[in-house]
Design a binder for this molecule. Structure first.
Ligand code: BES
Ligand code: ZN
Ligand code: ZN
Length: 497
C-alpha cells in the first residue's frame, strides 16, 4: 500500500472513500450532513436516518461509481475508538475496500488533533490486515491493502500535511510491529518454542540494526538463573535468555536508559500444579509481555527514538514431567536470593526474578519496566480493558498513565502497600512464590517482583494478562491484541519531549 496526501477530493472519483464523521448529542451536524449528501449523491434525510456517527458505527453507501463508507467517531474522537473502528473495517469488511482508497478528512477540517486521528485511522487499518488463519490449508488470500498497487490517499488541508506525513509513517511502523507480535502470540505452542522467540528477536535486530544476544542453557546455568531453569525443568526444550539493546542518538544532551523485561512463557500448563483443561489452550499467549518488549525494541530502532533501550526476555514453557519443579522445592535465583515454591503455576514471577535481577545488576537502567501476563487476578479486577500498573515512582506511574490515556492502551494503577508483602514471607527461604491467602493475587505477585528489583527507585510492573489477549475483530475466539507496543512507544517518546 502506498500513502499519498491531497488537499481536495473530486466528487465522482471511483474507489472506496472512507469518511470519518463526528456527531453531537447523537446527531450529525447539519452542515456535515449537507456535504455528505452532495458528495455521495444520496438524500440528506436518508443518511441521517441510517447513520448517526456514533463511535465504531460503520455504514457503507454503494453507488455506481464508488463505495462511500461512513465511519462514526462519536462526539470526542480519540485514538482508541478511531483506530478500533478502522481496524474493524479492515478486518471484517475488507470486501468493501478497493485498490483506490481515500481517507477523506476534508468534510471536518476543524477536527481537533486531525493528524493524530489520521494516524489512529491508518494504524487501525494496517493492524486490521492481520489474519489469524495462518495454518489453514490451501492458498491464503492476501489482504487487499497488502497489494503494492493499492493506494491510500489522505485528504486534508495542506497545513496538516507535514504532521500527516510523519503520523502515517509512524502508524505503519507501529502497526507492523503490532502485527508481528500478534502473530507470535497467536502461534500455537508446538510451533513456538523459546528458540522461536529468540529467532524472532535475532531477525528483527538484524533487519532494523540493533543488537540481540541469545544465551544458551549452559550460559544460563553458569549465570545461576535458578528461576528460569526451575520453570524449564519439566520441558523438552531448553530455555533461552534474550538480551536486546538499542542505543539511539541523544537529544538535548539526554539519552535516558530504559530497561524492559518481558515474561516469555511460551506455554503455561501450570506445571505439577496443573491448570484445568478448559481454556488451557489460551496459555500459548503467556509470552505476551515478551512480545511487547520485542515489538517495542523494533519500533524504537525503526523510529530512531532518542533513548537507550535494553530488552530482556527470559523464555521457557512451563511443562510437566518427572523432572518438573515441585511445590516445596527451594530454588536460587540470579544474585543468590532463594524462593520456596508453593505453586508451580506461579511461574512467571520465577523467570522474571532472574530477568529483573540481571537487568538491575548489569545495566543499572534509569527506568525499569516489566510486562507480564502474570495473574488471572488482574483479569478478574480490570477485565480486558486495561493493564494493572504497579510502581514505586509516582512520576513514572503518571507518565505511563498519560501515555495510556493518549493512545488508548489503558493502564490502571493498583497499590504496593507494604502489608501485602507480608503474605509472601517464607519460613524456609527468602520469599515464597504464592501468598498464603487467596486474595489480591495481582498485588502480591507485584510485591514478589519488587523483591527482585533491588530497591530500584524507578520501577513499574504492568500485568497485561487481560489486555494482551482477548476479543478482537480477527476471529471468534480470543486472540492477541498487540498491547504494549504503542503504550511503550508513546511513553519513550514522552521521556525526551
Ligand atoms: N499465566 C498465568 C496468568 C494468566 C491467567 C494469564 C489468565 C492470562 C490469563 C500465570 O502464570 C498463572 O498461572 N497465574 C496464576 C497464579 C496463581 C497460581 C498464584 C493465576 O493467576 O491463577
Ligand atoms: Zn502459571
Ligand atoms: Zn503464566
Amino acid at each position: 500500500m502506498i500513502i499519498n496526501l491531497q488537499t481536495k477530493f473530486k466528487p465522482g472519483t471511483p474507489g472506496t472513500i472512507l469518511l470519518p464523521v463526528t456527531n453531537k448529542a447523537g446527531k450529525i451536524q447539519p452542515e456535515v450532513l449537507t456535504e455528505l449528501a452532495a458528495l455521495t449523491g444520496q438524500p440528506a434525510h436518508f443518511i441521517d436516518q441510517c447513520f448517526q456517527g456514533g463511535t465504531k458505527e460503520i455504514f457503507p453507501l454503494v453507488t455506481p461509481e464508488a463505495i462511500y463508507i461512513l465511519l462514526g467517531l462519536g462526539e470526542q474522537p480519540d485514538f482508541r475508538s478511531t483506530s478500533k473502528t478502522f481496524q474493524q473495517l479492515a478486518a471484517k469488511h475488507s470486501k468493501l475496500l478497493s485498490s483506490a482508497l481515500y481517507l477523506h478528512f476534508g468534510l471536518q477540517p476543524n477536527l481537533d488533533s486531525l493528524p493524530y486521528l489520521a494516524e489512529a485511522a491508518v494504524n487501525g487499518l494496517w493492524q486490521g490486515t492481520y489474519q489469524l488463519g495462518q495454518h489453514k490449508s490451501g492458498e491464503p488470500t492476501p489482504h487487499l491493502l497488502h497489494d503494492e498497487a493499492t493506494t491510500l490517499t489522505v485528504i486534508a488541508a495542506s497545513d496538516h500535511h507535514t504532521a500527516l506525513q510523519k503520523g502515517t509513517e509512524r502508524a505503519i511502523v507501529i502497526a507492523e510491529a503490532q502485527r508481528g507480535i500478534m502473530h507470535l502470540i497467536d502461534s500455537p505452542a508446538n510451533l513456538k518454542t523459546p528458540q522461536h522467540l529468540a529467532r524472532f528477536a535475532e531477525n528483527s535486530a538484524q533487519k532494523y540494526k540493533y543488537s540481540t544476544t541469545v544465551w544458551t542453557k549452559a550460559q544460563i546455568q553458569a549465570a545461576g538463573m535458578g528461576g528460569l531453569l526451575g520453570v524449564n525443568q519439566g520441558s523438552p526444550d531448553p530455555p533461552v535468555f534474550i538480551v536486546m539493546e538499542y542505543k539511539g542518538t541523544s537529544q538535548n544532551g539526554r539519552l535516558p536508559k530504559v530497561g524492559l523485561v518481558g515474561k516469555g512463557v511460551t506455554f503455561d500448563t501450570g506445571g505439577l500444579s496443573l491448570k484445568p483443561s478448559n481454556n488451557m489452550h489460551y496459555m500459548k499467549s503467556d509470552m505476551g509481555g515478551a512480545a511487547a518488549v520485542l515489538g517495542t525494541l523494533e519500533v524504537a530502532a525503526r523510529l530512531e527514538l532518542p533513548v537507550h533501550l535494553i530488552g530482556i526476555v527470559p523464555s521457557t514453557d512451563n511443562s510437566v514431567d518427572a523432572h518438573a519443579l515441585k511445590p516445596s522445592d527451594v530454588i536460587t535465583t540470579y544474585g543468590g536470593k532463594t524462593i520456596e515454591i508453593i505453586d508451580t503455576d506461579a511461574e512467571g514471577r520465577l523467570i522474571l526474578a532472574d530477568g529483573l535481577g540481571y537487568m538491575v545488576a548489569n545495566y543499572k537502567p534509569d527506568i525499569l519496566i516489566d510486562l507480564a501476563t502474570l495473574t488471572g487476578s488482574s483479569v478478574r479486577t480490570l477485565g480486558y480493558l486495561a493493564a494493572a500498573l504497579f510502581s514505586n515512582d509516582d512520576q513514572l506511574a503518571h507518565h505511563l498513565e498519560q501515555a495510556g490515556q493518549h493512545c488508548g492502551e489503558r493502564v490502571w494503577r493498583l497499590p504496593l502497600w507494604e502489608e501485602y508483602g507480608d503474605d509472601m514471607k517464607s519460613d524456609v527461604a527468602d520469599i515464597k512464590n504464592l501468598s498464603a491467602r487467596p486474595v489480591a493475587g495481582a498485588i502480591t505477585a507485584a510485591k514478589f517482583l519488587e523483591f527482585f528489583t533491588d530497591s530500584h527507585p524507578s520501577w513499574a510492573h504492568l500485568d497485561i494478562a487481560g489486555a494482551a489477549f482477548g476479543d478482537t475483530p480477527h476471529g471468534q475466539g480470543k486472540a492477541a491484541t498487540g498491547y504494549g507496543v504503542r503504550l511503550l512507544t508513546e511513553f519513550l517518546e514522552g521521556l525526551v519531549k
